[in-house]
Design a protein around this ligand. Structure first.
Ligand code: AMP
Length: 118
């Protein structure tokens, strides 16, 4: 069973902030912003590559609800999902990072040039 499935089953503790029948949201253990929440589906989906668009529709609503609950909707925030090797995905269970609570830097991308990767 994958790490996030164990969190869903409460075999591994997590700091849960929102839960319904389909989804779970909890604080990232290694936050990269004042607010750093992970939103995941309760059914195991490896990554965004495999997600059913119908599940994404309700996942979108779930993420929007988190943004409202944490008062990020007006100040702004970032939603990221890493996919596979090049995307830097470490946990192979679809998850969306919801980052906010401060003006986020664009860091790597701000001065990135496609040539740099060659
Ligand atoms: P990714 O690199 O996109 O796969 O992101 C995985 C995220 O899961 C990282 O931001 C980790 O800090 C986070 N993470 C790993 N283990 C835990 C855990 N037990 N509880 C909460 N977040 C976790």
């Amino acid at each position: 069973m994958c790490l996030f499935c164990k969190i869903i089953n409460k075999e591994i503790p997590s700091n849960i902030i929102l839960e319904n029948e389909e989804f779970l949201a909890f604080h990232d253990i290694n936050p990269k912003a004042p607010v750093h929440i992970l939103a995941i589906p309760k059914i195991h989906v490896d990554s965004f590559n495999e997600v059913n668009p119908e599940l994404m529709a309700s996942m979108t609503k779930f993420i929007q609800n988190i943004a409202v609950e944490f008062q990020l909707d007006e100040s702004g925030y970032r939603v990221i999902t890493n996919i596979g090797e090049n995307g830097g995905q470490e946990v192979k269970h679809l998850h969306f990072h919801i980052l906010g609570g401060a003006k986020l830097k664009w860091e790597h991308f701000s001065d990135a040039n496609p040539q740099d990767f060659l």
